[in-house]
Design a protein around this ligand. Structure first.
Ligand SMILES: [Zn+2]
Length: 295
């Protein structure tokens, strides 16, 4: 059974140590993170077209970029995703029996509205201008409010309703809540030749002989990652590499992998990881059932 330890965690990124496992499971988790996590994203935008007259001024629904491009930008804005609150439209208890065009209710869609008028100097329309029709906690999170959508000059305006629905990354990248997903084998540093290793210590970098234990091993994950970059000073292509040779080497730890990823802000990395594991577990569960039925 795979063991998971959180090494670092922030609001947007996470680093995990997977142990007692193999490369294929780590890769399955990576793929599940990218393609399987349910996420809310804007899928349909209804633009209001026409002119508006206010206090003697005429505003027209035109702008510097086409509506299709505005819609594309809206799709990529991170929409806060609360998994317990919303269903996929084809699983929604109120809508699943309806034809696709009629689906959409409080439990399977989120609607944002936006009305902005341009100014003489140009007015940026940003994610902050999207107003959620409903409770405040589902507004675009503060740190993403500055995402630009378009810019309007005097006489130009934009007005639309944008509908977000639940989807998965395998259908479209707008429904993928993670980025930069990578994993690598956990490695340790091994001190093979104390005399020659002095070449590195003499450079007065962060890692030195004291960091290695009495067996000549360095196991601390953060220190190993520092060591890996510091070894570049004595590695191939450097003047001292001929003397340094294999004074310090790196060894893979069997069955241990470090998994790292970031999210786009639609959910925390922890939620993303839990959902990905859940989806993967569900898939293997049904595979097991299929197999037992077939055999
Ligand atoms: Zn519904």
């Amino acid at each position: 059974m795979v063991k998971i330890e959180i090494l670092e965690e922030t609001e947007e990124s996470i680093k995990l140590l997977l142990s007692e496992t193999d490369r294929s499971l780590a890769n399955a988790l990576r793929r599940s993170l990218i393609t399987d996590i349910p996420k809310m994203a804007i899928d349909e935008v209804r633009f209001q077209l026409g002119t508006k007259e206010e206090e003697g001024e005429v505003w027209e629904t035109t702008g510097p970029i086409p509506d299709e491009m505005v819609a594309q930008r809206l799709a990529m804005i991170p929409i806060p995703t609360i998994h317990d609150k919303f269903y996929f439209q084809d699983e929604c208890p109120n809508c699943k029996d309806l034809v696709e065009a009629d689906r959409g209710c409080l439990e399977c869609q989120m609607i944002y509205t936006c009305v902005v008028f341009g100014t003489e100097d140009g007015r940026w329309v940003t994610a902050d201008d999207l107003k959620y029709l409903g409770e405040e906690s589902l507004e675009i999170p503060a740190e993403y409010k500055t995402i630009p959508i378009t810019k309007l000059l005097k006489g130009q305006m934009i007005e639309f309703y944008a509908t977000a629905i639940m989807g998965r990354g395998k259908e479209h990248t707008k429904w993928s809540s993670v980025c930069g997903v990578s994993f690598s084998p956990r490695r340790i540093g091994v001190l093979n030749n104390k005399t020659k290793a002095k070449i590195l210590w003499d450079m007065d970098l962060k890692i030195n002989a004291k960091d290695f234990d009495k067996d000549g091993k360095l196991t601390d994950i953060n220190k190993v990652s520092t060591l890996i970059s510091e070894l570049n000073h004595v590695g191939e292509g450097t003047e001292v590499s001929r003397d340094f040779k294999d004074a310090i080497t790196l060894e893979d730890v069997p069955g241990e992998f470090i998994l790292y990823f970031e999210t786009d802000g639609s959910m925390t990395p922890r939620t993303a990881f839990l959902k990905a594991s859940e989806e993967l577990g569900g898939r293997f569960g049904s595979l097991e059932q299929d197999l037992s039925e077939a055999l």
